[in-house]
Ligand binder design. Structure first.
Ligand code: 9UX
Length: 71
């Protein structure tokens, strides 16, 4: 199944941040698209099959930004 999920992101301040986060999310297996929005500080992630939301959160954090959800 194809699904979409929104992730909040903290710490992005420029367009390069956005591209960096999109690149990191896109590398997660199963992710087919990532649209990061600087103004709303969030990412809309589209994926097929079972999403590993933990892997997506880890990818965002690994790129140097925070996801304000429980660790
Ligand atoms: Mo822009 Mo973002 O100069 O971490 S890349 S602030």
């Amino acid at each position: 199944a194809v699904a979409r999920q929104i992730f909040p992101i903290e710490g992005m301040t420029c367009a390069s941040c956005v591209r960096r986060v999109e690149g990191a999310i896109t590398k997660v297996p199963g992710v087919t698209a990532a649209a990061v929005n600087l103004a709303t500080e969030s990412a809309e992630v589209t994926y097929s099959g079972a999403v590993d939301s933990g892997a997506i959160i880890a990818a965002i954090r690994g790129a140097g930004y925070d996801v304000p959800v429980e660790r």
